[in-house]
Design a protein around this ligand. Structure first.
Ligand SMILES: Cc1ncc(COP(=O)(O)O)c(C=O)c1O
Length: 394
């Protein structure tokens, strides 16, 4: 008998949603409860000893979080997933559950700003040393490895500069040093890039962004092996970084349209990037899908699904020009965050990276005129016209 074709990503995610739905409802109920009735003391004792029970106490998990965990595990080709209260909770738990005092972590000069705070301040407070390297060359990671390196942490493309890390090469370097490879896949999205298949051990997402997709929740997800997810869960219940039932339900709803949304984000961003590249007021566009991106070949190799909806560009005229433009857009909404259906425009130097020093910003590649766009799902001509008007001062 012919071997059946593997199911596609959209089918796996949509059907994965019902794997953990014990009810017959097509859209499952919201289990708005803090606790679950136990039928006997024996059942209570058994559940208390279990890892991540679905119906025991809602800090441990709920049927709603189980549903999104099943979907996200399908999406990343992972054995298991853990849904948590924010992207930062996912990042903190993924790293902290794998290090202890005296250990060492290798990460990048540039990361999402709160991740940099975790790496530069929080981990050292707990006696964990961190070395940050230029992500563009995998040899920099190799040179930074020490006998006590336990985690290599990456983000590609990185927020906000769109610089890439060679994920396959870095996973090999981490493993050669007996360290775990963990990456933030928020900017790229699982639709476009599959780090576990490239050798990574854990993937973290801010599910606030593309996974949720509608700018209406704060959520995070970790995916990977059952062993590492159980380790993260053990710390998760201590930190109490809960994803509440309604947020989990909204995340499930967002995930159902993930594939079609991502394909449209990719297409709109490519069109906007091409428009900006030709614009006389634009100095430079940073988008991995453009041939002008210095790592375009790597992007094609490790982002087979597309290049995502995120792009940055630098305006001629420095800080002033970027700042002025921010106040003029009408279709592009001035707001932090990303990955929603609406186009969001941000000025990293003044709005995101204010917790970094001038020197740190410089090292991260955040120039004064850098503008970040999360390209949404509006009609793309309207996004382009809006940007054109705002840059021309009309
Ligand atoms: C790349 C990246 N990772 C992580 C986070 C943190 O996610 P959250 O705000 O859900 O905690 C963000 C937030 O903007 C982000 O852009």
């Amino acid at each position: 008998m012919a071997k059946s074709k593997p199911l596609g990503m959209n089918t796996r995610v949509i059907h994965g949603a019902n794997k953990a739905n014990a009810t017959s409802a097509a859209a499952p109920p919201i289990f708005q409860t803090s606790t679950f009735r136990l039928d006997s003391p024996e059942e209570g004792a058994a559940l208390a000893a279990e890892s991540a029970p679905a119906e025991f106490y809602s800090r441990y998990g709920t049927p709603n979080t189980k549903q999104v965990e099943a979907m996200c595990a399908e999406l990343d080709g992972a054995e298991a997933a853990l849904a948590v209260g924010s992207g930062m909770a996912a990042i903190t738990l993924a790293i902290m559950s794998n290090v202890q005092k005296g250990d060492h972590v290798v990460a990048q000069h540039t990361h999402y700003t709160s991740s940099l705070t975790l790496l530069n301040h929080t981990l050292p407070q707990f006696g964990v040393e961190v070395t940050l390297v230029d992500q563009r060359d995998p040899r920099n990671f190799a040179r930074a490895m020490r006998p006590n390196t336990r985690v290599v942490y990456t983000e590609s493309p990185v927020n906000p500069t769109q610089v890439l890390t060679d994920l396959e090469a870095v996973a090999d370097i981490a493993h050669a040093g007996k360290a775990l490879a963990i990456t933030d896949n928020t900017f790229a999205s699982s639709f476009n890039q599959q780090p576990l298949a490239l050798g990574y051990d854990l993937v973290v997402h801010s599910a606030t962004k593309y996974l949720g997709g509608h700018s209406d929740i704060i959520a995070g997800v970790i995916t990977g092996s059952q062993k590492l997810i159980t380790r993260a869960w053990d710390m998760f219940i201590v930190y109490g970084a809960v994803l509440h039932p309604f947020e989990a339900w909204l995340l499930r709803r967002g995930l159902l349209t993930y594939g079609v949304r991502m394909a449209a984000h990719n297409a709109n961003a490519m069109a906007v990037a091409k428009f900006l590249e030709k614009h006389p007021r634009v100095e430079r566009v940073h988008y991995p899908g453009l041939r002008s991106h210095p790592q375009h070949d790597l992007a094609k190799r490790q982002m087979p699904g597309g290049f995502s909806g995120m792009l940055t560009f630098e305006l001629k005229g420095g800080y002033e020009a970027a700042y002025r433009m921010m106040g003029r857009t009408k279709v592009c909404t001035l707001a932090v965050s990303l990955g929603g259906v609406e186009t969001l425009i941000t000025h990293p130097a003044s709005m995101i990276s204010v917790h970094q020093t001038e020197e740190e910003r410089k090292k991260s590649g955040i120039t004064p005129s850098l503008v970040r766009l999360s390209v949404g799902l509006e009609d793309v001509e309207d996004i382009v016209d809006d940007l054109d008007r705002a840059m021309s001062g009309k």
